[in-house]
Design a binder for this molecule. Structure first.
Ligand SMILES: NC(=O)c1ccc[n+]([C@@H]2O[C@H](COP(=O)([O-])OP(=O)(O)OC[C@H]3O[C@@H](n4cnc5c(N)ncnc54)[C@H](OP(=O)(O)O)[C@@H]3O)[C@@H](O)[C@H]2O)c1
Length: 276
């Protein structure tokens, strides 16, 4: 298959109201003049982005306010997006985490995380993959996972579980779809400087080399999707860390991560985090 070419194509981005999704939407509009379908819960933010991008680039944005933890909203996203025009690329980026002790998370919070990070992603893949194949335009789907899908992550235990699902699901599906006119990419960043890290006790890591800026992370993700990579971890530091973990017993990796995140959690609880 040829590399993807987003120029003047229509691309759907979930979680476009902030962070990585917002940056990917901006780059698709500014660099590729791609028309966009912007999906998230916060309609005001999506409308602001639509006004910004339509005003500066002349592209067209469709806004769909949807809560992806609700099955009916997920199906509506596919129905409304595909009815309004042909889709070429699908970026399933929306996600939530819980930073803290697993047992401190409300059960409803876990259910909502599972529905958003896993069920909605699989449902949208099931709806969009046959659609993209039937269009026959060699489109692509990108699932945003995390390095937490490749390594254990104490104090984000359920989140790491959801991302491990996404990573394995996407890599397996990509092989099943070999020969079909659609590619599946899984994008697995390490920490990114977004609301997810800023507004939680994870802001302990703010202004450290451990967080990648959202603009460069978005650029790396779009490049991976464009070149139809099956899996991509952005950033040399992240890739070096991952390489080092191959030579280290998993027990030790889990312990080191546990010590680091316990410190971050304690700092946050003691009010030493910057915005917690
Ligand atoms: N930040 C990191 O360190 C990091 C690292 C690796 C991977 N990631 C992954 O990157 C992706 C984007 O995260 P981010 O860092 O950009 O975080 P963010 O700034 O908090 O953005 C999360 C996005 O997901 C949307 N979202 C959350 N729950 C939703 C729901 N129920 N329905 C619809 N949309 C929902 C949010 O929009 P609304 O609130 O408006 O609905 C928002 O646009 C996530 O999948 C995350 O797991 C993040």
């Amino acid at each position: 298959m040829k590399p993807m070419n987003f120029t003047r194509r229509r691309v759907l981005v979930t979680g476009a109201s902030s962070g990585l999704g917002l940056e990917m939407a901006r780059q698709l509009a500014n660099r590729d003049q791609a028309d966009l379908v912007l999906v998230a819960r916060r309609l005001d933010r999506l409308n602001e982005l639509k006004a910004e991008l339509e005003g500066s680039t002349g592209i067209h944005c469709q806004v769909i306010a949807a809560d992806l933890s609700k099955p009916q909203d997920v199906d509506r996203v596919f129905a409304e997006a595909s009815a309004a025009g042909e889709i070429y690329g699908v970026i399933l980026n929306a996600g939530v985490t819980h930073f803290g002790k697993h047992l401190d998370m409300e059960w409803s919070g876990f259910e909502s995380m599972l529905a958003t990070n896993v069920t909605s992603v699989v449902r949208l893949v099931n709806l969009f993959t046959p659609y993209l194949i039937s269009q026959g335009r060699e489109g692509g789907i990108m699932l945003v996972s995390s390095m937490a899908g490749l390594l254990p992550l104490p104090f984000q235990a359920a989140y790491a579980g959801t991302k491990a699902f996404i990573t394995n699901f996407a890599q397996s599906l990509s092989e099943e779809l070999r020969g079909e006119p659609v590619s599946v990419t899984v994008f697995s960043p390490g920490g990114i400087d977004t609301d997810m890290t800023r507004s939680s006790k994870l802001n302990y890591f703010e202004n450290t080399s451990l967080l990648q800026d959202a603009t460069s992370c978005a650029r790396d993700g779009l490049a991976a999707m464009q070149s139809r990579q099956v899996i991509h971890v952005p950033g040399r530091l992240n890739r070096a860390q991952l390489f080092a973990t191959r030579l280290t017993p998993r027990r030790l990796i889990t312990r080191i991560a546990g010590v680091t995140y316990r410190k971050a959690l304690k700092a946050g609880e003691a009010g030493q985090g910057k915005t917690a």
